[in-house]
Write a protein that binds this ligand. Structure first.
Ligand SMILES: NC(=O)c1ccc[n+]([C@@H]2O[C@H](COP(=O)([O-])OP(=O)(O)OC[C@H]3O[C@@H](n4cnc5c(N)ncnc54)[C@H](OP(=O)(O)O)[C@@H]3O)[C@@H](O)[C@H]2O)c1
Length: 253
């Protein structure tokens, strides 16, 4: 409980749908002020109203942001900091999953996924960590994926590679600030229903958005280095996934 109250002002990127929106709702219920950004401003306006209805005691700030516009990432994060006075936690959540097998003519979609999930995450981490280093406090959270632990085929080929890179980036940042008041966590969700997978019918162990977001928020509040959520089955399955032969990963994408 103490830790939840300590992280009062929370910035979430990609908050207009899915997990970003789901986490915002749960943090609002916990009494946190929220700084929310994404490209679809009308979605954020609706969400702001919903959150203020859920908890009239909190403050909700919204701004439009395309995370691939790196100059804007710095401007928007700084503006949120000015709004709130201090940023206690930044959740690097914006992401996408477009793409196809390498060598099948979808370089553009694969590149867009790589830029959004990884290069833009570096910009968001840089902007957040500059603020945290200046404050000498803060909690950086990145939203990776269970797919970070292995290579996967087809649409997941580049996606999984970006998430492996994000997990590694997060660890590097954590080692950099080890022993300081700044904390760095990487969350690896399993499959959770959202717009990213709305067209995919058969997904192993998929849970609804609320169940998934509850597990994510619980893990974020624990502030551990790495978390695999929901704990069942992913806390165990990620170890198995790391060692199964590549041929058995064919059925997973
Ligand atoms: N759902 C799962 O099963 C699952 C599993 C593991 C990891 N994840 C990760 O969780 C994160 C959230 O995904 P989701 O499942 O909630 O998918 P989603 O419903 O499609 O939400 C993606 C969010 O990212 C934002 N976004 C995408 N491109 C952006 C850009 N260029 N600039 C700013 N915002 C951008 C979108 O907002 P706008 O379109 O309004 O900009 C949206 O709010 C992603 O990083 C994803 O890889 C999801």
């Amino acid at each position: 409980m103490g830790q939840i109250m300590a992280r009062k002002n929370i910035l979430i990127t990609g908050a207009s749908s899915g997990l970003g929106k789901g986490m915002a709702i749960l943090f609002a219920k916990q009494g946190c002020n929220l700084a929310l950004c994404a490209r679809r401003m009308e979605r954020l306006e609706e969400l702001k109203q919903e959150l203020e209805g859920i908890n009239p005691d909190i403050q909700v700030f919204i701004r439009s942001l395309d995370v691939n516009d790196h100059d804007e990432v710095f401007k928007v994060f700084d503006a949120f900091k000015a709004d709130m006075g201090q940023l206690d936690r930044v959740i690097v959540n914006a992401g996408m999953g477009k793409g196809a097998s390498i060598g099948t003519g979808y370089f553009k979609a694969n590149k867009q996924t790589a830029e959004t999930n990884f290069i833009a995450a570096i910009a968001q981490a840089e902007a957040a960590m500059q603020i945290f280093r200046d404050q000498n406090s803060g909690h950086l959270v990145t939203i990776s994926s269970i797919s970070a632990v292995r290579g996967f085929r087809r649409a997941l080929t580049v996606y999984a590679a970006t998430k492996a890179a994000l997990t590694c980036l997060t660890e590097g940042i954590r080692i950099d600030v080890m022993g300081t008041p700044i904390k760095v966590s990487c969350i690896h969700p399993g499959f959770i229903r959202s717009e990213i997978n709305e067209k995919v019918k058969k997904v192993p162990f998929i849970v609804d958005t609320e169940t998934g977001c509850k597990a994510m928020v619980k893990a974020i509040n624990k502030e551990k280095a790495n978390a695999f959520v929901p704990g069942w089955p992913w806390a165990i399955l990620h170890w198995i996934l790391r060692i199964v032969p590549a041929s058995s990963l064919k059925g997973m994408s």
